[in-house]
Design a protein around this ligand. Sequence first.
Ligand code: ADP
Length: 491
Amino acid sequence: HSDSGVLAGDERMLIDGELQLTGSGAMFDVINPATEEVAGRATDGTTDDMARAVGAARRAFDTTDWSRDVEFRYHCLTQLHAALERNTERLRRVIVTEVGCPISLTGSQVDSPVEEVAHWAEVGRSFEYLQDTGVHDSQAGPSRRLIHYDAVGVVGAITPWNVPLYLNIAETTPALMAGNTVVLKPAQLTPWAGSELGRIVAEETDIPPGVFNVVVSNANEVGAALSADPRVDMITFTGSTATGRAILAAGAPTVKKTLLELGGKSAHIVLDDADLTAALPMAAMLACIMSGQSCVLPSRILLPRSRYDEGLAILQATMEGFPVGDPWATQNLQGPQISKGQQDKVLGLIADGVASGARLVTGGGIPEGLEKGYYVQPTLLADVDPDSRVAQEEIFGPVLCVIPYDTQDEAIAIANNSIYGLSGQVSSADEDRALQVALRLRTGSANINGGQHFGLTSPFGGTKQSGLGRRNGLHGFEEYLEIKTLGLPPA
Ligand code: ADP
């Protein structure tokens, strides 16, 4: 392993404008998943620290002009964008170190999120409903009505470890631009993507004390305290469905607005007329990049029985040649899993799949020569029972489950046989046929013939137990706002 780029991130958190360690001085280790070595440390904040941060955010929202001054917010976010650009190379090294993400894939982990800050600054400034006057309801007849959008208030943002800088930015910068104050609780496996953001805000922007806070902690209770605090108006969360349910329940007593982006088990329906050599190498690659640690990747491939062996052979060849290893080496496209716990979980689910009758075509273990680090081989399971655990549970590993089908209707039924509804894929030589199939998927998005649904200007989110609400697009900005309707006497 090359350790030339290993770099520790900031150990501190940001509360009420001050970069600080928790009072007791307690720290926790940050493990480099590619080497299993301690890369550095982070402060182990407590529920008391969280209470102070929420108090600061509440005060900043209630007693300053932040929520009413869109030009100042534009200034602050533009500054933050420039500051992040200056820090890009440092952030890239932090992400490779704490996530184990291959350096060649850090564009989506670092560069895109930095650009996203500028996007939300522009969206907020041009959003007409945020202007002082609001927007006239022209259909109200002789009644005069104005529609105005207000910030929700204090937003708690709880983020996971798979794309931590991206989600720290995606969950907080639209909220800030909409006029909210924010408390961010980053994932404990990747604290530096949060602490570095806190440091940059504190040292390199005019964002006022209390407007943006980052509470770093190794304890789930600290996130739970944020999601239950009555002074918090809204929670925005990305992570597992189990934690999403807990957050929804914690917010119920104070009826918190809740934006949830949860698990997925997306299916790729390959129709019988599809060009397999175009569709399947990409499908296998998507399963392995990010080590399969993405909610949105298609993890079930539905192949027509008439072309089953042909399809399996293409998937197998791509997975067996897939470049796995040291994330600092530019040729690698798959690094380790994030932790020992995740590695064990993935290997356990593969074993469970085989026990339930699936056929292991390739992979299934730890790659040779990569015993140090939490690596898992690209793994292909065929003849998977659609009701088995491996077909129903989110694996979050480089594992593809292949399920054969006979008719198009059967394929759609298998795809929809899930508690999740995040995304999907359809491949066919006939785009219109693929579109008709995609429209029958009960998901928040779907890609057709390699198209890309994901982008800053288009809504993204899940149906069923994959979540509530949408990120991105104008819709994703409005999630961080409350609508106020003003009635005036007829003119
Ligand atoms: P994973 O299980 O893969 O670590 P989670 O969805 O549990 O993913 O974690 C995502 C984020 O949720 C992390 O920041 C974690 O600290 C936080 N978290 C975990 N449990 C809770 C909880 N009960 N309430 C609020 N946040 C939580």
